[in-house]
Design a protein around this ligand. Structure first.
Ligand SMILES: C[S@@+](CC[C@H](N)C(=O)[O-])C[C@H]1O[C@@H](n2cnc3c(N)ncnc32)[C@H](O)[C@@H]1O
Length: 292
């Protein structure tokens, strides 16, 4: 058993069969393994990805992000959820807005959207999305560079909070958001429920393969540090080798609730997905709505 990128979607491709616990929907991001991954025995603990910083993920994935992750999470449900929380023409802040996958549709729906991201390469793609020109895109850090409020709602989608690689930064992120929300404003956190029983170690699997291209997923899971890191290694006849690194510091919902409480939030609602599926012990994903 090994750990795959939490940014991957379990789409039941023949080569990637889910082996993990029951899940309520077929399409889910997950931090757990798939049965047909080619785990390497004897590799042991791989080194963490050195030289990784807050720009590494976005700069590494900007050119493939919209293609690889077009189907992760429910965009329409996310727009509906934020629209419901912020109200018509409400002001919404998205942390780690990336290519505008969510920010642009929220703007099209009539919300006033400010998106911040540490990767210029990701942000450069927002303008090309339908409605992207309506998004205010800020280049900066989602802890230290947040714009002035007040906002009606803030969204940190799709495990993006876990891009902050230590608990201190994650805690400070809750505080920074709390300071910028109007009283009663909502902070929506979408993340995996980490599998706390997943063993430490390295894993290699095939993400995709054609006659002239193979993408391998190499990952290293460190439960004691709540850290999972990896590389997508793309090998092509024409282009040689391309590395796309990722790293997350994951936290279970109870730890996020404690961070939220310390920042003055209360957990108002928790679902298993943006559409509002009930959250229960089998959920491998949560959408938590904190109110201040
Ligand atoms: C998984 S992507 C999510 C993008 C978008 N929210 C979505 O759901 O499609 C994570 C994004 O967070 C950005 N990011 C990582 N660390 C960051 C930081 N410290 N401050 C701001 N953005 C950050 C990355 O550049 C990347 O665009």
């Amino acid at each position: 058993m090994g750990i795959h990128s939490p940014y991957e979607v379990d789409d039941h491709r023949p080569s990637e069969v889910s082996s993990t616990r029951h899940h309520a929907t077929e399409r889910r991001t997950r931090l757990t393994c798939r049965a047909v991954s080619t785990s390497i025995s004897g590799v042991g603990i791989l080194p963490v990805v050195h030289g990784y910083d807050s720009t590494s993920y976005g700069d590494g994935f900007a050119d493939v992000y919209d293609e690889w992750y077009a189907e992760v999470t429910d965009v329409a449900a996310t727009v509906g959820r934020l629209f419901g929380l912020a109200g018509p023409s409400g002001r919404v802040l998205e942390l780690g807005a990336g290519t505008g996958r969510l920010a642009a549709p929220m703007a099209v729906a009539g919300l006033e959207v400010v998106g911040i991201d540490s990767s210029a390469a990701m942000l450069a793609r927002i303008a090309a999305q339908p409605g992207g020109e309506q998004v205010t895109a800020l280049h900066g850090d989602m802890v230290r560079d947040l714009p002035d409020g007040p906002f009606d709602a803030c969204l940190v989608a799709y495990n993006t909070l876990f891009n902050l690689l230590d608990a201190v930064d994650q805690q400070q992120c809750f505080r920074s958001v709390a300071e910028r929300l109007r009283p009663g404003g909502a902070f929506v956190v979408e993340a995996i429920v980490p599998d706390l029983g997943a063993p430490a170690g390295g894993d290699v699997s095939v993400r995709s393969m054609t006659t002239d291209r193979v993408v391998l997923s190499v990952s290293d899971h460190r439960p004691a540090e709540q850290r999972t890191s990896g590389q997508f290694v793309e090998l092509t006849e024409a282009g040689g080798v391309r590395l796309r690194p990722w790293s997350i510091r994951w936290a279970p919902p109870a730890e996020l609730d404690a961070m939220a409480a310390a920042a003055g939030f209360e957990l108002a609602e928790r679902f298993a997905d943006m559409a509002g599926a009930p959250f229960d012990d089998d959920a491998d994903h949560h959408v938590s709505i904190y109110r201040r």
